[in-house]
Design a protein around this ligand. Structure first.
Ligand SMILES: Nc1nc2c(c(=O)[nH]1)N=C([C@H](O)[C@H](O)COP(=O)(O)OP(=O)(O)OP(=O)(O)O)CN2
Length: 170
């Protein structure tokens, strides 16, 4: 019989507020601005004892632990080819782009391993860490993982992982 199960943590349950700006070229970027981001995740997998794909509470905790460090931070793209990031002493981060530069307290910054802080790449960042956490908790059980990052109720981007035929279950 063809049937399956997907569990979901709704976007109302996982939220963070952060500032960011997109970089478009060597001297072109958005103004720094903020969003109340929210995150929805869904996991498809085998039904395990006691009759669940995985515990909602554990999945919720995993996602929360990944996004919590992003909350109330300036999100900076550490892999952008044009944006230069440097520490000024121990306390300030300077971001330079062409003739522009911004300075932020280092404790208010989070450097993401992405080339731009888009909703797509945030979803991929969160999804990549979450995939590792779920696979460690439930080896071989997850078939599919979906992470959707909302910048607003009507703008979101989704990242999806689907286990391939022959991909190791462990
Ligand atoms: N596919 C994507 N498109 C856009 C992204 C993205 O991450 N993925 N990001 C942006 C901007 O960073 C950002 O969303 C712009 O926000 P804002 O200027 O606030 O525009 P809004 O329409 O959301 O809000 P208003 O303040 O009401 O204008 C753009 N595209």
């Amino acid at each position: 019989m063809g049937e399956g199960f997907e569990i979901r943590i709704g976007r109302e349950a996982v939220q963070f507020s952060a500032a960011h700006f997109l970089v478009f070229g060597p001297d072109s970027a958005e103004a720094v601005h903020g969003h109340d981001f929210s995150v929805e995740v869904a996991v498809t997998g085998n039904l395990l004892d006691p009759g669940w794909v995985m515990d909602f509470l554990v999945l919720h905790r995993f996602v929360q632990e990944i996004v919590e460090p992003l909350d109330h931070k300036v999100l900076l793209p550490a892999k952008n080819p044009w944006l230069r990031l440097e520490m000024l002493g121990d306390e300030l981060v300077r971001a330079s782009l062409g003739k522009w530069s911004w300075q932020f307290p280092a404790v208010h910054c989070f450097l993401l391993p992405v080339c731009n802080v888009t909703a797509e790449l945030l979803a991929q960042y969160i999804g990549g860490i979450l995939k590792g956490r779920i696979e460690a908790e439930l080896p071989g059980s997850m078939e599919r993982l979906r992470v959707e990052v909302f910048e607003t109720p009507h703008y979101s981007a989704r990242w999806t992982y689907v286990r391939q035929e022959g991909e190791s279950r462990c």
